[in-house]
Design a protein around this ligand. Structure first.
Ligand SMILES: [Mn+2]
Length: 321
C-alpha cells in the first residue's frame, strides 16, 4: 500500500520483467487501451509482458490488439490498469486480487488493494500510461498511440465531459503527432451503430421513466433485449449517456441485467448532483459525474426503486435547485 509517482513507477518497471497487466471486467476503451499500450511499450523495451481481461472483449475493441501476439510465461509481477476496486477484476478477482503488485488508476474512489499504487486524477488511465511510457523512454508507435487515444477519447465522451483538462488535450495532441488516427477511432467508437443496436436502444428508450420531479431518468436493459434484437452487450454501453441528455435531468440511471441475474447500475449526473455519492450508498463508486454499483439477489424493479429513492434523498440534500 505504497503510493508512487510516475517516476518511481518507471523505476519499478525498469527493474521488472515477466509482467501481466490486468484490465477491469466489462472492459471499456480505457482499461483495454491502457493495458495494450503498456504491454506494447514494455515489449518495445525488450520485456516479456501480456494482458488479461476476465470478460469477453467487444469486437469494436479488437483493433487495439492488432499485431499483439500472446506471450506464454509465468508472471513474476501482476499489474492492473483502470481498476478502482479488486471486485472489478470480475472472474479474475479470486485468482489475482491478492497479488496485484502495482495498480495504475485515475479514479478518486480507488480502493488501495495493491502493494504499490499510482493513483492520480486524470481523465483516463491512458493519460497516465502515456506519461509512464515517456518516463520509461519507451517508443510510442502508431498502434500504441491508437490505443492511448482510444482510452482518452472514450473516457471523456470524445472530449466533451468535465474531466477534460488542458493536460488531457495536450496528451491527445501528442498522440495525434505520434500518428493516432483520431477520425477513424472516433467514428468507430462514437458514430457507428449496428441495426440491432438501434433497435435495442429504441426498446430501452421506450421504457424510460422519470422520478424526482423530472430530475431523475431511468432506463432498464433486461437480458431479453439482447435476445429480441440480437444486439451484443457492448453495443449498449452508450445507452448510459442517454437519460442525462434530457433537459432538466440531473441524474440518469441505466440498469443492466447480467446473464447471472446481477443488476449493474450506471449513473451519470449533471452538476450539482453526484452520481458517485449515490453509488457509494450501495457500495459502488467512480467519478463525480459517472459512477456505478451493482445489486444481486433482487429484481431489476427493486433495484430501480432503491436507486430512485437514493436519488430523491441525494437531490433533497442539495437543497432547493
Ligand atoms: Mn478509465
Amino acid at each position: 500500500m505504497t503510493g508512487l509517482d510516475c517516476q518511481r513507477v518507471a523505476g519499478l518497471l525498469q527493474a521488472w520483467d515477466d509482467m501481466l497487466v490486468l484490465c477491469h471486467a466489462s472492459p471499456d476503451g480505457d482499461t483495454l487501451g491502457a493495458a495494450s499500450a503498456l504491454v506494447r511499450g514494455l515489449r518495445a523495451l525488450g520485456k516479456r509482458a501480456d494482458l488479461f481481461c476476465a470478460d469477453p472483449i467487444d469486437p469494436k475493441f479488437h483493433f487495439l490488439f492488432a499485431g499483439l501476439g500472446r506471450e506464454h510465461f509465468t508472471p513474476a509481477h501482476i499489474l492492473s490498469v483502470d481498476v478502482a476496486d479488486p471486485a472489478l477484476l470480475g472472474e479474475a478477482e479470486e485468482a489475482y486480487a491478492g497479488c496485484v503488485e502495482l495498480a495504475i488508476d485515475h479514479h478518486s474512489s480507488h480502493k488501495d488493494f495493491a502493494q504499490y499504487q499510482w493513483v492520480e486524477p486524470a481523465a483516463a488511465a491512458c493519460e497516465l500510461v502515456y506519461r509512464l511510457l515517456g518516463a520509461l523512454g519507451a517508443p510510442i508507435d502508431k498502434a500504441t498511440a491508437d490505443c492511448l487515444y482510444t482510452g482518452v477519447a472514450t473516457d471523456t465522451g470524445c472530449f466533451r465531459y468535465s474531466n477534460v483538462t488542458p493536460g488531457t488535450l495536450r496528451v491527445a495532441a501528442g498522440l495525434l503527432e505520434l500518428g493516432a488516427d483520431a477520425a477513424a477511432i472516433n467514428r468507430a467508437m462514437f458514430e457507428t451503430k449496428s441495426r440491432a443496436q438501434v433497435q435495442a436502444e429504441r426498446l430501452v428508450m421506450a421504457g424510460m421513466r422519470f422520478s424526482c420531479g423530472g430530475r431523475c431518468a431511468l432506463v432498464q436493459v433486461p437480458q431479453a433485449i439482447y435476445r429480441e434484437t440480437g444486439a451484443r452487450e457492448g453495443e449498449l454501453d452508450g445507452v448510459a449517456a442517454l437519460p442525462r441528455q434530457i433537459e432538466g435531468v440531473l441524474v440518469g440511471v441505466t440498469l443492466k441485467e447480467k446473464p447471472d441475474g446481477t443488476i449493474k447500475a450506471s449513473l451519470r449526473s449533471n452538476p450539482p448532483a453526484s452520481a458517485c455519492a449515490i453509488c457509494e450508498k450501495f457500495g459502488g463508486g467512480g467519478h463525480t459525474c459517472a459512477a456505478g454499483c451493482s445489486f444481486s439477489g433482487i429484481t431489476m424493479e427493486e433495484a430501480a426503486r432503491r436507486l430512485e429513492a437514493a436519488c430523491q434523498e441525494h437531490l433533497r440534500g442539495l437543497g432547493p435547485l
